[in-house]
Design a binder for this molecule. Structure first.
Ligand code: GRF
Length: 193
């Protein structure tokens, strides 16, 4: 059984989807801890499922390295096989990435390498492209630059706002993420740097 830690910053709708998937006895992974860099709404999903949570508020630490050390301390309590960044809006320090790589995956609401970074949806909309996408990648020490594990195209509609487009992307992200976690757990998908 693959053990998974999930890190979030926001509403945790992608986390919720993973929690729901992991409920099924035939799902080969289970979430053992959920962490956040702030008092994120999404932690409530973990609490509802009785899964341990922690918060490491970024602003409470002197710098990114110190924050990363706290994340590392919290994570090693559970010693997860895989870390899923699902709406974590902070870059992990290189030291933490190096410690867990390549066992860290991230979901991104764009068709990488198009529109990396914190505003992938807004940037795609601003670029006026006819389609964008959703991606699941291995986290490396760049910005959304790691190996792509899964991705899918999503049309941009004429009347799309950032919100409507993002809400159409998220279900695709969730489906891709659940499938990637399943394939990692069964060994079908090998993680490489
Ligand atoms: C997702 O689109 C994720 O890819 C991006 O932020 C969003 C998080 O949404 N980094 P939620 O918190 O899972 O609802």
């Amino acid at each position: 059984m693959l053990t998974v830690a999930v890190l979030i910053s926001g509403t945790g709708s992608n986390l919720r989807a993973l929690l729901d998937a992991a409920r099924h006895p035939d799902f080969p992974a289970r979430i053992v801890v959920v962490g956040a860099d702030r008092d994120a709404e999404g932690l409530a999903h973990a609490e509802e499922f009785g899964i341990p949570t922690f918060t490491a508020p970024f602003r409470d630490f002197a710098d990114r390295e110190a924050w990363g050390e706290e994340l590392g301390r919290q994570l090693e309590v559970h010693n997860p096989d895989l870390i899923v960044l699902s709406g974590l809006m902070r870059l992990l320090p290189a030291s933490l990435v190096a410690r867990y790589s390549p066992r860290i995956v991230n979901t991104h609401p764009a068709y990488l390498p198009e529109f990396p970074g914190a505003h992938g949806v807004r940037d795609a909309l601003a670029a006026g492209v006819p389609q964008t996408g959703a991606s699941v990648i291995v986290v490396d020490d760049g910005i959304d630059s790691g190996p792509i594990l899964a991705q899918e195209r999503i049309p941009v509609l004429q009347d799309d706002t950032e919100h409507t487009l993002h809400e159409r992307i998220k279900p695709v992200e969730r489906r891709l993420l659940i499938d990637v976690v399943r394939r990692i757990a069964t060994g079908e998908l090998a993680l490489t740097h």
